[in-house]
Design a binder for this molecule. Sequence first.
Ligand SMILES: *Cc1c(COP(=O)(O)O)cnc(C)c1O
Length: 479
Amino acid sequence: MQKGSEPRSTAQATWSAEAFQRDAGPVVERVRKHLAQAIARDEGVTRGFPSPDELLRHIPGGFQDAPTSSLSDFVELAIQRSPWQHHPRYVGHQVSPAIPRAALLQLVAATLNNGMAAFESGPAISVMERRVIEWMTALVGWASGGGILTSGGSLGNLTALLAARQRKAGFDVRDDGLAAHQPLALLASDQVHYSIERAAQIMGLGRRAVIPVRTDDRFRLVPDDIPRAFEQANASGRRPIALIASAGATGTGSIDPLDPIADHCERLGLWLHVDGAHGASALLSPRHREALEGIERADSLTWDAHKLMSMPALSTAVLYKDARDAYETFAQDASYLFHGDPAGRWFDVGLRTVECTKPLMALPLYGCLATLGVGVFREALEWGYDLAREFAGMIEAAEDFELACAPESNIVCFRHLDGDAGEELDARQRFVVDRLREAGTFYTVKATLRGKVYLRTALMNPLTTREDLEALLEAIRVA
Ligand SMILES: *Cc1c(COP(=O)(O)O)cnc(C)c1O
């Protein structure tokens, strides 16, 4: 198109700055209104909670050459039919109410849409990624650490375990594969996130290669049980190469005792991977990082910024104590992308990630750290952690509620003691979760812990207050 000429095709019109301008005003205004409504608690967390089949009736398929919806109708549909995570009474999954500025920066990222695999495809964002990684490794306490950003904690755990396997297998898994070698094993507590079992499946180790280590009454890994699990692996013919510790565990937010775990790993020659997808953000708080003592002794760490740093999904750091270990995951020659010796090529981030093309997750993260400062992240984290302790106190003080365990992060699991024992009580918790969601008053989730069903709340929103949680207990009682 010539400068100043009118677009002549629908495609040209669709890609024009004028089209963007026409769309952006109303959409941004609608998002602002959504935030205002959610935060004001004027409306429910959900507008009913339709079944998958009911939603299929509300969300038509059958696209055609011409549009089948207006933009405003479509945005309305998406907002109205989704749970509102910015609502202070959304206390369900560990998904964040994205920082509104981060959501805006996501728009910048989505528009630039650089490729990211090699420096040439996303130069500035690759350097931003390095700055974010430097900041994170320094928080862990690693002088020569390194790492990358990747698409989620599940992929992050897999990526770190691939590096662990290459370093600890005793043979070259990358080149030779697993055939004709002794089977390998991973040790992990019975509370570990399911992505660890999946990683074992993807890595060709099989689920049975994950040998469980016992947990205590607060769902934390028992370090003294590690030698037994190690022996169990050996006795079954598998050689243990790594131990995965949780900080915190997905179910209860419990934090495994990392220092004594690191002692065992050192002695047994195990790679220590800390799954901090949920709780590594506590490194931001001098008060709460104490519970993570020993984290600096890990070989690798997964840290989700889309959880307790409230980034839009997905935004995950995989960090290594030794920056060079990141290159152990994959050493491949894709000469059209990467040239020369990999170890010196920190700026080609795709050498160390499963992804080739990758979202520009460093942009909102770097952007918020730079333009908001670190303090607000610390404040939000401490709010959630402190509120969880307060909430646990309220539950303990109530006769008709039972706490699963004292919270160690921002997750609180508890039960409503209404009805008979056993199955009935489990059914009661399930009923309550469904009932509150359908009414839109609160969004909580369930967790099954040692065979019993609990209500599970993750306090991710700095706008959730003690009063909201008092109202939650009352809503449960009358549900
Ligand atoms: C959330 C979580 C994961 C998975 O991370 P995703 O980003 O959802 O893929 C892994 N481990 C723990 C401990 C988690 O809390």
